[in-house]
Design a protein around this ligand. Structure first.
Ligand SMILES: [Zn+2]
Length: 297
């Protein structure tokens, strides 16, 4: 196994060489929890956005011992080009946290062709999305709002059980800039406590609704304890297309992508699995793969 050891060492060296500068977004990307309105028509593949019920993977096929052939078959079933598995986590997280200032991150400093996928709010609770992610094993982070998920906390538990963290997106989804420090503290720290109670793990990341925050937000995030970074985004997923901040419409290594738990009522009749398929196709088309955000922040 000398080859794999060499690869791993080279991998670690690469990450150590990364300057731990924070990618701070000066411009908010399109689509921060706003209705999807930027999607342009484009031909799609299967209308259903995934395999038929009879084509769904057998139980256990998505397990840790899954072979490369099984993995490729799973991607084929969902109409997504095969994405490389996530690379091993860096030896040192490239975003430094725990200092005096809460970092605001929209792109992780890395040279690897990886992006990070995030799903916000929690409105749509589609069992086929659970089946899709169980099958594909693409990592993602969920930023959930209590008022939107409290009718079915249980929906998110199988997604969490796949290894996808549940993070803080406030109790009621306000524009925090219109709230006092005390109100922001309640929204942010209250949701941290609620999620800890419901899901048994304490959120470590915070995303402000609409990407809107001010100095009081950073102070409140710090005051909660345990929250180590504010997470924004570089791209936002619409229905068929990715909305890029980059006018050239390219991903860049370490970009964070915003998507939402949305269903037909918000996606002009499309399902969440179709939206996710379209997003993964674009990630594949540009030669990227998806990595777990919490390994890097
Ligand atoms: Zn939101």
């Amino acid at each position: 196994m000398r080859v794999s050891v060499r690869v791993k060492r080279a991998h670690i060296r690469r990450f150590r060489a990364v300057v731990p500068a924070l990618a701070v977004s000066g411009v908010l990307a399109l689509g921060g929890c706003a209705p999807s309105s930027h999607a342009a028509p484009r031909p799609t593949g299967t209308a259903s956005g995934g395999p038929s019920a009879s084509g769904t993977a057998a139980p256990g096929s998505g397990g840790p011992g899954k072979s490369g052939a099984d993995r490729a078959a799973a991607f084929r079933r969902w109409g997504v080009p095969l994405l490389a598995p996530p690379p091993p986590p860096p030896a040192v997280k490239p975003v430094r946290t725990g200092g005096g200032v809460i970092p605001v991150v929209s792109r992780v400093p890395t040279t690897r062709k990886i992006v990070f996928v995030t799903f916000d709010d929690g409105a749509e609770k589609d069992p086929r999305f659970v089946a899709m992610m169980r099958d594909l094993k693409v990592p993602f982070t969920m930023f959930l709002t209590d008022s939107i998920i409290k009718n079915d906390y249980g929906f998110f538990k199988p997604l969490q059980a796949l290894g996808n963290p549940i993070e803080d997106h406030t109790l009621t989804h306000p524009d925090l800039r219109t709230r006092t420090f005390a109100q922001q503290h309640t929204e942010i720290c209250g949701q941290q406590a609620r999620l800890t109670h419901e899901y048994g793990t304490r959120p470590g990341l915070f995303r402000p609704p609409y990407g809107a925050y001010d100095s009081a937000t950073r102070a409140a995030v710090k005051a909660c304890g345990g929250l180590r970074a504010i997470i924004l985004w570089r791209e936002s997923m619409q229905i068929k297309n990715v909305a890029f901040q980059d006018p050239a419409k390219h991903f860049h290594p370490g970009d964070i992508i915003l998507a939402h738990f949305r269903g037909p009522s918000e996606l002009k009749g499309e399902t969440m699995t179709v939206m996710v398929r379209n997003m993964l196709r674009e990630i594949a088309r540009q030669g990227y793969t998806v990595a777990p955000l919490e390994d890097y922040v």
